[in-house]
Design a protein around this ligand. Structure first.
Ligand code: FAD
Ligand code: NAP
Length: 359
């Protein structure tokens, strides 16, 4: 087992995609599940838990202050096939694997299921936390097991899909804490097992979002010989990547955490009322009778697209994305978010709330 060391007073600026300059009182990079369980069993009991903060790629976080806790940075890499049959493959991936690299490794091998989720920043260990989703796919549909350390029982556990209580951008991991203050997460995810499709005859591409169908088919049509016109999961991933690059800021160039607000899901009569005054408002009926409204549209209609107040602003190509132009901090960002939410509420009577985890 790699020796374990805790560093003091560590700069987290490059470890959160907003690029906010905050520090961690203590920091440790966790390079294996074994290292984690030895560290926890030596240092905490259920009655006396440590103050921990679990960090992946830092791409769904707003750090409003220094982190006065032990930051455990989940960096274990690697993946291995657990088993396969004629149609599927089961692959266990370590929590610190970079999500997009894992997606591309899977599509390069001809495996299907993750293609619509290409280019989402962050780590594999965080993908179950908010059941990441994009372009009509949700990661829950490929997850068969989540391996985690359960701090309540101080044991390693395996949660299957139903135990994870996956929902729209939500899971049990956002709601399980050690005590009522809700600051100490119960589960630390060390790995995820995915079940992906190998048999192309069973593949049903999800291409109903925006230009995904047109762009992926154009890539398929550009191939030579027998492959010409044959759509693959890799084409869908490449189309999604091209669309994302054209609409979303690269956090390395402009600090952001992707969509800042969740899309509100409201009762059908609310949408009916809104459509009387805003007939062009996009809305997406859900299977349970509720209706999803695009938060980005509400914000754009409220006049915030491209808005800027000092270092913090709203991205000019996508109103759902708040950005740090440089030198901003989490407090300023949360103040702007509250202002935007209030203006949207006054105009539409619908409350929008942040998606990232706020510390
Ligand atoms: P972090 O930000 O490090 O952590 C997020 C939360 O998960 C924290 O509460 C943290 O404590 C917890 N956590 C992290 N790792 C673990 C672990 N191993 N065990 C237990 N808890 C853990 N999200 C989408 O769903 N769809 C998108 O299309 C999408 N697009 C994005 C585009 C951009 C440009 C950006 C910047 C973000 C986008 N996001 C999107 C949000 C983000 O990328 C995802 O939520 C991602 O899964 C976060 O992963 P992370 O490793 O960076 O998590
Ligand atoms: P978009 O295509 O402009 O669409 C705006 C919103 O309408 C999206 O949020 C999406 O909801 C919804 N929508 C669009 N087409 C839909 C359809 N055919 N059926 C049902 N709902 C539909 O969105 P975008 O901002 O460019 O993002 C594209 C995709 O990437 C979306 O799925 C989005 O969630 C995802 N994304 C997520 C983040 C993040 O940080 N969470 C960041 C960037 C992109 P859904 O969000 O429910 O899909």
């Amino acid at each position: 087992m790699t020796p374990f060391s805790i560093q003091l007073d560590v700069d987290l600026t490059s470890l959160n995609t907003f690029g906010f300059a905050v520090r961690a009182a203590r920091y440790a990079a966790i390079t294996s599940a074994e290292q984690l369980s030895v560290f926890l069993s030596n240092n905490e009991t259920t009655a006396q838990p440590l103050d921990l903060f679990i960090l992946g790629g830092g791409s769904n976080l707003v750090l409003t202050r220094d982190v006065d806790a032990v930051v455990l940075h989940m960096v274990e890499r690697g993946w291995a096939i657990e088993r396969e049959d004629s149609s599927h493959v089961w692959v266990r991936v370590a929590a610190g694997e970079v999500w997009h690299e894992w997606v591309m490794a899977s599509v390069d091998r001809g495996w299907m299921g993750l293609e619509n989720l290409a280019l989402i920043p962050g780590s594999v260990g965080a993908c179950p936390v908010q059941n990441i989703g994009a372009y009509g796919s949700e990661v829950k549909d490929t997850i068969v097991k989540v391996n985690a350390f359960d701090r309540l029982t101080q044991t390693s556990v395996e949660l299957d899909g139903s135990a994870c209580h996956f929902a729209y951008r939500d899971s049990i991991f956002k709601h399980s804490f050690l005590y009522d203050a809700k600051t100490q997460p119960r589960y630390i995810i060390v790995g995820v097992v995915f079940k992906l499709l190998k048999d192309v005859s069973q593949w049903q591409p999800k291409v109903n979002y925006g230009d995904v169908a047109i762009m992926s088919q154009a890539l398929a049509d550009a191939q030579a010989g027998e492959a010409k016109g044959v759509l693959t999961a890799k084409h869908v991933a490449q189309a999604v990547m091209a669309i994302r690059r054209s609409k979303l800021p690269d956090p390395k160039a402009l600090g952001n955490a992707g969509s800042f607000f969740k899309n509100p899901v409201v009762a059908a009569d609310v949408v009916e009322r809104l459509k009387k005054s805003h007939p062009m408002m996009p809305s997406y009926p859900q299977t349970d009778g509720m209706v999803k409204i695009a938060a980005g549209w509400l914000i754009e209609q409220s006049g915030f697209k491209g808005y800027r107040d000092g270092p913090i602003g709203v991205y000019d190509k996508q109103a759902l994305v708040l950005v740090n132009h440089g030198g901003g901090n989490g407090e300023l960002l949360m103040a702007m978010a509250a202002h935007i939410s209030d203006v949207v509420f006054t105009k539409f009577g619908v409350r929008i709330s942040p998606e990232p985890i706020v510390y």
